[in-house]
Design a binder for this molecule. Structure first.
Ligand SMILES: [Zn+2]
Length: 293
């Protein structure tokens, strides 16, 4: 894409962010690589819903302004950090979509294995620790997660995504907000029924088939804590140990208390008989034995 097309792309992404309520007032910012030494980004203090292509600012990779009538986004350093850490990133989008930001405010990462397409594309969506916006603390908080994740929540702030072009980054923002919305509804209805670890492994094998592949593998089960027992509880909080080289996804091994609850809820026949496969029955007996010990 040439420079004019990139300018128009930023305008269109800004319009969509604002139209969908992902930003209010002058919130949010968008950037893209112009070439291997320059960035094109939204200016400071404009509503992203009403931009024109000529408003954009060109900076170098250290954030020094090279051209443009306006000043670059106040969150420029966060964008620059993403480009430094991820040579494959061509574009970065930051917004405050309300449901995902609600999870970020509540301290609940979107890291449960719930939707197949999210497991295969984004993987998990962690929360970068709180940092004052526009300070250098924010790029530092982002640095920890950006190598292994294409999207993250920013604690008490919003969300950040990156992609191979402007729209790829924007669509990841849509996916995060959609995932957050579905997770919220599921929690209101009694809690998500998680995909099993075996299914997550299978989905991981399908990564890349849809043209989008998350940047790091899912962490092996030993690195992951089990899901909180309370479906509505504060559940998973910030996990300090989220390693940069893999993604934390909560998925239970088949069996355990969760299966008992699911089996009792879902597989009861008309006559009150609970139907289980041989594997489920074995898992139930093993879980019961574990609890006796
Ligand atoms: Zn923000």
């Amino acid at each position: 894409m040439n420079e004019q097309q990139l300018r128009e792309g930023i305008v269109e992404v800004g319009r969509r962010l604002y139209a969908r309520g992902y930003t209010a007032s002058n919130d949010g910012n968008i950037s893209t690589r112009l070439d291997d030494r320059r960035l094109l980004m939204t200016p400071k203090s404009v509503c992203k819903g009403f931009m024109s292509p000529d408003m954009m600012v060109i900076t170098d990779l250290d954030g020094k302004k090279l051209s443009g009538d306006r000043d670059p986004s106040s969150e420029m350093q966060m964008h620059i950090e993403v480009y430094r850490q991820r040579p494959d990133a061509q574009a970065v989008v930051h917004a405050h979509p309300p449901i995902a930001t609600g999870f970020a405010v509540a301290g609940i990462p979107l890291d449960r294995a719930v939707l197949a397409e999210v497991v295969t594309t984004l993987g998990s969506v962690p929360i970068a620790e709180y940092a004052t916006p526009s300070t250098k603390e924010l790029p530092e908080a982002v640095r920890k997660y950006v190598k292994a994740h294409d999207g993250m929540l920013l604690a008490n702030h919003g969300a950040l995504t990156l992609g191979s072009d402007l729209f790829a980054a924007y669509y990841k923002m849509e996916t995060i907000e959609h995932f957050a919305h579905i997770s919220l509804v599921a929690r209101l209805l009694g809690g998500e029924r998680l995909l099993s670890r075996q299914e997550v492994d299978r989905l991981q094998g399908l990564r890349g088939m849809y043209g989008i592949a998350s940047p790091a593998p899912i962490c092996p089960p030993s690195d992951v804590e089990g899901p909180d027992e309370s479906p509505l509880g504060p559940s998973t909080s910030l996990r300090a140990g989220d390693p940069p080289s893999c993604q934390t996804v909560l998925a239970p091994e088949t069996g355990g208390a969760r299966l008992v609850r699911d089996a009792a809820r879902g597989a009861v026949g008309k006559d009150g008989e609970i139907r289980l496969t041989y594997l489920e029955l074995t898992a139930l007996i093993e879980a019961a034995v574990r609890e006796l010990k």
